[in-house]
Design a protein around this ligand. Sequence first.
Ligand code: SF4
Length: 200
Amino acid sequence: MNIQVSRRRFLQLAGAGAAATTSIAAFGYGEAEAEVAAHVRNFKLAKAIETRNTCTYCSVACGIIMYSRGDLSKGEQAKIFHIEGDSDHPTNRGTLCPKGAALLDLVHSKTRTLYPQVRRPGSDKFERCSWDYALDRIARLMKDDRDKNIIERNAAGVTVNRWTSTGFLAASATTNETAWETYKVVRSTGIVAFDNQARV
Ligand code: SF4
């Protein structure tokens, strides 16, 4: 709080406040106190909705609290205006590294990807598509590619089930358990080129 009241000014106001009778003075405040009170900011997290989440950036997976305004029950869109470390989270105990501390900029970045897009064969631009379309399309392409390129046995006849023609990059905003499960699912398909939290 940066209050711009000099000592001389404060004494002037205190003297004036003692002599004057204003509505604030009637409540026991002098003019000096009113001027000081006018500089006190409202608590910025008052009436905010708290949502717990995991930092999206790296495998440390720090806990965060996102503060937003907007009543979802009335169809309003939540607007996140502050993010800080979750002091109850066992991983980071409320701390965040510089990347995590700047998460609010990621949330409001104009270049952030918010929905799936597809660049159709021969096209030079991406078009927005639905999640259903994207997931079905990805599953179809993966299945076709695996059927075509899976290496079931090596030169010595040993079963290897290697799928080397597709790679998989998984998200980092996961818990250990989610990362473990992702790892098992992807490896069970035979994919070799794969990276996610579990590597760390
Ligand atoms: S706050 Fe920093 S250390 Fe923690 S998960 Fe995010 S990027 Fe990783």
